[in-house]
Design a protein around this ligand. Structure first.
Ligand code: NAI
Length: 247
């Protein structure tokens, strides 16, 4: 198992892509700290992973609350002795055309999607520097690469994550810590559930592979970037979009 002995912290792990990442990384041998607001869902996930022979522990965390990030990451490091892999996955949308977008919706999306990644990186980096090994994986989006009408806040947060990824990659590369982003396209999760069948069918027509993606498609990319196989890849944005955006 390629991640045997590794400890991963995944934010927003209670459902969707984060949940799939937790299932995949534990299957590959990692011990996973699953962090999200919904303790009940986290407990269910931990039971599922434990029943399958994996190791996972739940940490209640609202990543948009700066006061919670430090103590939560600290207690995870105290419990496991280290964090090897950080997956910044928690994310929200608050869609609206920019002329009607409320400042509160701008702020909450930037806080949850971008500022939280900076805060989590800041808390885990000491542990990674000490052991001279680390993997930071930020879940961005195709809309951070190409923009999307009605998503100025979301696209800005996801484009910001790409800049953050490259800056961190340069800052800590000499210490054997890689920092990469995964950019999913259209993935079937709660985030896209409300879009309607017609919208989804039309979207699938724009995707060369002819289908929307699954959370497992994204988890495979995350597992690869977390593994030793990806040790010479840093500052990279790995597209998992069925060909929706190329070049
Ligand atoms: P989702 O809505 O199912 O999952 C989002 C997760 O983030 C949930 O577990 C939620 O509880 C958590 N979360 C939200 N706010 C949080 C907070 N303040 N503190 C802690 N956890 C919080 O959506 P999905 O699709 O699984 O999204 C995961 C990531 O993938 C997000 O960053 C999203 O932007 C990104 N993404 C999703 C795409 C899609 O088509 N579904 C496409 C591109 C990127």
């Amino acid at each position: 198992m390629s991640l045997s002995g590794r400890v991963a912290l995944i934010t927003g792990a209670s459902q969707g892509i984060g949940r799939s990442c937790a299932l995949r990384l534990t299957k590959d041998g990692a011990t996973v700290a699953v962090a999200a607001r919904n303790q009940e869902k986290l407990n269910e996930l931990v039971s599922e992973i434990t029943a399958a022979g994996g190791k996972a522990y739940a940490f209640a965390l609202d990543v948009s609350n700066e006061d919670q990030v430090k103590p939560t990451v600290k207690s995870a490091i105290a419990q496991f002795g280290k964090i090897d892999i950080l997956v910044n996955n928690a994310g929200i949308t608050r869609d609206q055309l920019v002329m009607r977008m409320k400042r509160a919706d701008w702020d909450s999306v930037l806080q949850t999607n971008l500022t939280s990644a900076y805060l989590c990186i800041q808390q885990v980096i000491g542990s990674m520097l000490k052991q001279r090994w680390g993997r930071i994986i930020n879940i961005t989006s195709v809309f951070g690469q190409m923009g999307q009408a009605g998503q100025a806040n979301y696209a800005a947060s996801k484009a910001g994550l790409i800049g953050l990824t490259m800056a961190i990659a340069r800052e800590v590369g000499s210490r054997n810590i890689t920092c990469n982003a995964v950019a999913p396209g259209f993935i079937e999760t709660a985030m896209t559930a409300g879009l309607g069948d017609e919208f989804k069918q039309n979207a699938a027509k724009q995707i060369p592979l002819g289908r929307v993606g699954s959370p497992e498609d994204v988890a495979s990319a995350v597992a690869f970037l977390a593994s030793d196989e990806a040790s010479y890849i840093t500052g990279h944005v790995l597209n998992v979009n069925g060909g929706m955006l190329m070049g």
